[in-house]
Each structure stands twice: as structure tokens, then as C-alpha cells.
Design a binder for this molecule. Sequence first.
Ligand SMILES: [Zn+2]
Length: 62
Amino acid sequence: MAGKRDCPSCASEIPSDMDRCFICGYEFAGKPSNRPWRLWVALLLLIVFLFPLIRMLLKAIR
Ligand SMILES: [Zn+2]
């Protein structure tokens, strides 16, 4: 069920599953529906993608 709520900052309609307004960047506080594991998955992916790049850079320096 995708609900909508009004952003208190810019009064735009934001999907209720979003933690942040994509118009003005307002963060909805006090909502326990956010999933912290997504942050770690994103961080892990970032490291996995950056690691070969860093190795290449280190090789270039040497
Ligand atoms: Zn907003």
C-alpha cells in the first residue's frame, strides 16, 4: 500500500515510504520505518566498486 503525505516544508506530496522529501530534502523524523541495512549494503557496494579503482590508482603512483 503506497500512501502519500504532505511535506511540512514545501507542501509537496511525498510517497510515505520515502524518508526524505525529494523536492526540498526535508527529512521526516520519528519514523521507525527506515531500514538501516540498506545503508550498509550501499556502503559495501561502494567499497566493492571503489577498491579496484584505488588499487589502480596506487599502481599508477608507483
Ligand atoms: Zn519538501
